[in-house]
Design a protein around this ligand. Structure first.
Ligand code: MRU
Length: 365
């Protein structure tokens, strides 16, 4: 997608410098910074400290992390250790494990002399595949938006609520939840996006809103608690969110607060869709609430808020009394009964074992 009219991906291999580059997302929306990741520890830090975030982008970054490490030390020990080091950076998004397993299975049988070049090529392909998956998700989601538009008066705006950032910054390009929105906007369908701010880290306020501004998509930032009220008053036509891990039975783990939006949507009979590329499906788990590990993050994300001061500088301020402890679960699970459908690169399916198995028979057991 575009930044000031120039096309960017969230991660890329830069031929000129011979390094992997990323958009350093912690500074957005106030500063646009690009940084190089040179060695394995840079990749681990970038994922752990959320310079990059979003399930598909975490996976793509890990793939490049393996590739870069193979050019430094292509041994089996180095490959196994890299899997371990990168895997422990963030526990919930399954795309991380998917990418690491994929790279290890590809590289292990190869002679060490071939590992670096093949790994680098495969990491680039993983990025390209993510972009193509998200483009297809956009086209499939566009059909759902068209269906909703067909039930409204000609030219009436479709109001879509989204939570967190499942935009192009969370993937390599296009985004998952935002891809149908961008495709609808490009097709001339009037859309308006309710952007949940997404406390504690405010990915909605900082990243999704920035994306919407950058692409001229009509939107309003709302506090996380406003969604239910807007739904009761007919101000939301559909919800589209992303996911960090969807189980083989269709339960959806996503950024904390997603579950409450799904409950409100269900109560108000509003379609609640989840957009995901297939590497986000964890075929090894069924019951999301019982089986998905939920990342617990530091108190400071809750007790402080980061933003721009009136003098233009960026700073973090404390919003609670000294000494108040915080709780900070980063994700929650929306049970499949609350999900209207899953928008994948292969089509839209029910959030059920049968729905997923019909689209992905080669993975379903
Ligand atoms: O903690 P984050 O910012 O990595 O969480 C991101 C999300 O929860 C996204 O909604 C999810 O990864 C889907 S990204 C297409």
């Amino acid at each position: 997608m575009k930044v000031d009219g120039k096309h960017f991906r969230s991660i890329w291999f830069d031929d000129d410098s011979g390094t992997v580059k990323i958009i350093e997302q912690r500074w957005l929306p106030h500063e646009f910074r690009v940084v190089e990741l040179i060695k394995r520890e840079d990749f681990a830090t970038a994922i752990r400290d959320m310079w990059v975030r979003g399930a598909p982008l975490i996976g793509a970054t890990a793939a490049y992390g393996v590739a870069v490490q193979m050019s430094i030390d292509p041994s089996d020990a180095s490959l196994d250790e890299t899997w371990q080091v990168l895997h422990e950076t963030r526990p919930t998004a399954i795309n991380l494990r998917w990418a690491l397993n994929h790279m290890r299975e590809l590289l292990k049988p190869l002679p060490e002399s071939e590992r670096a070049s093949i790994a680098m090529r495969r990491a680039a392909e993983i990025c390209n595949e993510d972009v193509e998956c998200n483009r297809q998700i956009g086209l499939n989601g566009l059909e759902l938006i068209r269906e909703i538009a067909a039930k409204k008066k000609p030219g009436e705006t479709i109001k879509i609520l989204t939570h967190c950032n499942a935009g192009w910054l969370a993937t390599v390009d296009w985004g998952t939840a935002t891809s149908p929105i961008y495709h609808a906007a490009e097709a001339g369908i009037p859309v308006h996006v309710w952007v949940d701010e997404t406390r504690p880290r405010n990915q909605g306020a900082q990243l999704t809103a920035w994306e919407m501004v950058g692409h001229g998509v009509s939107h309003q930032l709302i506090v996380d608690n406003a969604g239910g009220h807007l739904m009761q008053h007919g101000e939301v036509d559909m919800v589209i969110v992303g996911t960090d891990r969807t189980t083989a039975h269709g339960d959806v783990c996503n950024k904390i607060g997603t579950y409450l939006k799904a409950l409100a949507a269900f109560d108000n009979n509003i379609p609640f869709y989840v957009a995901l590329p297939s590497p986000t499906i964890d075929w090894t788990v069924k019951d999301g609430v019982a089986e998905i590990p939920i990342e617990e993050r530091e108190d400071a994300e809750v007790t402080k808020v980061w933003g721009k001061l009136e003098d233009g500088s960026v700073a973090s301020v404390q919003i609670c009394p000294d000494g108040s402890p915080a709780g900070n679960p980063a994700f929650d699970v929306t049970p499949r009964r609350l999900v209207t459908g899953l928008i994948t690169e292969r089509g839209v399916c029910k959030a059920s074992p049968e729905g997923l198995a019909a689209l992905f028979p080669e993975f379903a057991k």
